[in-house]
Design a binder for this molecule. Sequence first.
Ligand SMILES: C[S@@+](CC[C@H](N)C(=O)[O-])C[C@H]1O[C@@H](n2cnc3c(N)ncnc32)[C@H](O)[C@@H]1O
Length: 263
Amino acid sequence: MKLSMRHVITIQKNRFRQLKKNLRGLKKTALRNRKLISNEWWDSEFYIDSSLEDRKTIFNSCDAAAAAYHYASIELLISKYFFEQKISADGLKVLDIGSGSGHWLDFYESLGFGNMVGVDVSEKSIEHLRSKYKEDREKTFYKGTAKNYLMGRNDKFDVINAIGVMFHIVDDREWLETIKLFADHLTEDGVIVIGGFFGALNNIDVQFGADGSVNKRLRSAKNWKEKLSENGLKDIKLVKNVTSLEIDHVLPENNLIFARFSA
Ligand SMILES: C[S@@+](CC[C@H](N)C(=O)[O-])C[C@H]1O[C@@H](n2cnc3c(N)ncnc32)[C@H](O)[C@@H]1O
């Protein structure tokens, strides 16, 4: 496909934006502000409106059409993967980590999944989800971290979905524990779907709260692949989201990793 000059410029502009953000992050990481966000940060500083909608899970003033574009670009890649892997939704269970406004619950429902658990540390998110799905008996919600939810349970999920969440688990130990818990709670044929950065740079802090505490830490593709394989995941596929670069709007890192125990 031949791209127009405008397209090429937009793609390069987005690449430059990401690079600038990462370089700024590198500098700040070198200075190492070790204070990390608390779980309360999401309700006190991030979800500042009383209402929640998809675009506000990106940032409060995010353009609605650009947000829809971001979600659609990820949906394309997940749909393609599920189609190619012949994953049929029949009777399968989904665990959605960091559900926010519930976009990914709606998406998996559109693929035919019914049985779902949504987990989020934000009270506002969980309140919103409980009200949005109040008639739906197949969806349940838990307020807390992924780690808190999974620790001590022994049930398993066929899909563990965490889009735009894992880079917000800034504490390295908790991040590692969460990956292990994902592996422990994944069925033999299940799939883990992670949305995020996965570039060359590792452990760079790129976003900070009002008091300077770190709220986003990017980990490299290499680090992700290592940690997933250490936990038994062998079929690991990294997919770059190229479509999302074609819109001139600041969007979160939205590449994908799909991980399964065997091919
Ligand atoms: C950027 S939003 C993404 C929301 C949603 N996944 C989406 O793509 O629309 C991140 C969400 O993850 C939640 N979150 C952050 N850390 C979490 C953790 N350790 N466990 C569960 N949820 C978390 C936040 O409260 C927030 O709703």
